[in-house]
Design a protein around this ligand. Structure first.
Ligand code: CP
Ligand code: NVA
Length: 307
């Protein structure tokens, strides 16, 4: 029997990917995030509860959502992998409908992006993507906010490394806001056509290359993330392509960027792999500002979606 979702699957309040919001709405979110950073007063989510449904570990996403909900006057209910009947085999679609009777929104960190879409389909409350294998849109909001605060949104940004969830959402966010993005990855690890088509539809695809030095030359911002993401085989041979191609961001590579270029990383970082200790701890690194911005960006998002 075909399962019928209980509501319109195009519900506007979900935030499953960056392009669930228009470019104008994304700019509005950055403005609202700045306002929340400057003045966190008021309790727009008073009496409201948001479930944090997490299948994977998290420091920044979990704590920034929990703290953000407190600052908005609401309540966060953390649900880890061992806390629910979901872990004992209850279907996600049943979990979605049961939770919708209790909470006003769901932030979910799941392995499979398709599961997030199922959750959004069956939940009657807004669903926010807290990271899947395919996307990390909340990270992109904080990244764009950080760019705006540091080098500006008209600067040039170079991604060096894996085209993972963080990169994919960044590509979409940069296309939506017209940020000049270059993506450098080893051959065979590039962006898929589907994502590039989404970027084209939003305003333009990133430049792509397999040459990290050429990509970083004169860039205003350099961004990297781990080479092996959560859920991928940590013992696979993927790392070798990044090591052999010189994709680790060290002082020499960053030295090719503009003199006042900033270094970005979504964290957690693997020092000695995608970035050196010296770069991460350098004066050019804005990673802590970037991490803090998760709080303000998500407060703005929660106010818009759940509030
Ligand atoms: N950047 C990020 O999402 O970090 P966590 O895995 O700690 O949440
Ligand atoms: N690409 C990383 C991001 C962690 C925040 C991962 O998915 O593990």
């Amino acid at each position: 029997m075909q399962m019928q979702p209980p509501h319109d699957t195009t519900e506007a309040d979900d935030f499953t990917t960056v392009d669930d919001r228009s470019p104008a709405a994304l700019r509005g979110l950055l403005a609202d995030a700045t306002a929340r950073a400057d003045d966190p007063s008021g309790s727009p989510l008073a009496g409201q509860t948001v479930a944090l449904l997490f299948e994977k570990p998290s420091t920044r996403t979990r704590v920034s959502f929990e703290t953000g909900l407190t600052r908005l006057g609401g309540h966060a209910q953390f649900l880890g992998p061992d806390d629910l009947q979901l872990g004992a085999g209850e279907p996600l679609r049943d979990t979605a409908r049961a939770l919708s009777g209790y909470v006003d929104g769901i932030v979910a960190r799941l392995f499979d992006h398709e599961d997030l879409l199922t959750l959004a389909e069956y939940a009657s409350v807004p669903v926010v993507n807290g990271l899947t294998d395919a996307a990390h849109p909340c990270q992109t909001l904080a990244d764009l906010l950080t760019l705006r605060q540091t080098v500006g949104l008209d600067a040039s940004l170079t991604w060096v490394g894996d085209t993972n969830n963080v990169c994919r959402s960044l590509v979409v966010g940069c296309a939506a806001l017209g940020v000049d993005l270059t993506v450098a990855t080893p051959a065979g690890y590039g962006l898929d056509d589907g994502l590039l088509e989404r970027a084209v539809a939003l305003g333009g695809p990133p430049e792509t290359t397999t040459d990290p030095a050429a990509a970083v030359a004169d860039a205003d911002a350099v961004y990297t993330d781990v080479w092996v993401s959560m859920g991928e085989d940590p013992d696979g041979d993927k790392r070798a392509a990044f090591v052999d191609g010189g994709f680790g961001v060290d002082s020499d590579l960053l030295g090719l960027a503009a003199d006042d270029a900033v270094f970005m990383h979504c964290l957690p970082a693997h020092r000695g792999e995608e970035v050196t200790e010296a770069v991460l701890e350098s004066g050019q690194s804005v990673v802590w500002q970037q991490a803090e911005n998760r709080l303000y960006a998500q407060e703005a998002l929660l106010e818009l979606t759940v509030g």
